[in-house]
Design a protein around this ligand. Sequence first.
Ligand SMILES: Nc1nc2c(ncn2[C@@H]2O[C@H](COP(=O)(O)OP(=O)(O)O)[C@@H](O)[C@H]2O)c(=O)[nH]1
Ligand SMILES: [Mg+2]
Ligand SMILES: [Zn+2]
Length: 348
Amino acid sequence: MAKKPKLSHRQKRQVAANRQKRLSGKQQSSPDLSALLAGRVIGRFGKQADVQDTEGNVVRCHIRRTIKSVVCGDEVLFARSEVPDENIGGVIEIVQDRRTVLTRPDFYDGVKPIAANIDQIIVVSSVKPELSLNIIDRYLVACEDTDIKPLLVLNKVELLSDDERETVSASLAIYQELGYELLLTSCKSGEGIAELHERLRDKTSVFVGQSGVGKSSIINQVLPDADELVGEISENSGLGTHTTTAAKLLSIPSGGELIDSPGVREFALWHLPQERITWGFVEFRDYLGGCKFRDCKHLNDPGCIIRQAVEEGKINQQRYDNYHRIIAAMAEQRPAYANRLISNPDEP
Ligand SMILES: Nc1nc2c(ncn2[C@@H]2O[C@H](COP(=O)(O)OP(=O)(O)O)[C@@H](O)[C@H]2O)c(=O)[nH]1
Ligand SMILES: [Mg+2]
Ligand SMILES: [Zn+2]
């Protein structure tokens, strides 16, 4: 056995001090909490993040290595560098608990956060080329999964005749009956735009929806400096594309904030397990656990009280049909999805 080395007095003191620190749970690098500043992450770039402090100053920060993830919208505590270099002005020390988080599936981690502290998801649809309730249902399921409140926006309504408008309003009434709010807008006539400004005030919002419905046009109306390209079809085309553009948090001049990126707009196209889809249909919740068989598919299974509720008119037939359409589409998509994740493991 090796002979124990003899410690000097100084070394002994050091060991005792280290031990004391370790036992009291203190890390040598623990930040002085009283010196930290509050801020919000408005952008993420590689190993750094831009943080906006309460006075509106933007400080590019390093991220303390012990922090697991920092995304756009995060509320953080950061320390200003004592000697700021020209690029880096501080270090993010603490990420506050997230009120809400938007995630995307990740091959390695299961899910990966992409934006945090969002108050509402603006689900944009349009009447032309066609209105798809199935797509709306899919977005609503994804919103329910995140527990972030959706606002349904139906755009391009100036294209409707009075009769068509009545038909469309009647078919969207299902959602209002379920408690979802609906706003009709037109970027051409300006209808509903003032109300949309009102709905964005004092909140952090994201816009989602299929390509061509008018998201960029609407964003240009609420963020005059955004200079969004209208008619661009590169984004939001689903599983075929993937994009590495990081999310940004933007201040709306009339009040409120927007978190935006092509990745954020692709939200809802991502895969969800079946039980989350079922949970996402709010009107099914009262019946969950009540079917005869625990693994009820709510299809032709005997003793299915969801199907029974549909037959009794308590659950809307179209919603029920869309539920099964979404389940089937997700099942079909699963293998393609896995391939996509394997081929792009480094996506942010
Ligand atoms: N008629 C009409 N067209 C619109 C309206 N809003 C957008 N558009 C058009 O719809 C197309 C797609 O718009 P865009 O904003 O690029 O949609 P995005 O793909 O969702 O970002 C463009 O040709 C726009 O000019 C609207 O309210 N009415
Ligand atoms: Mg666009
Ligand atoms: Zn059932």
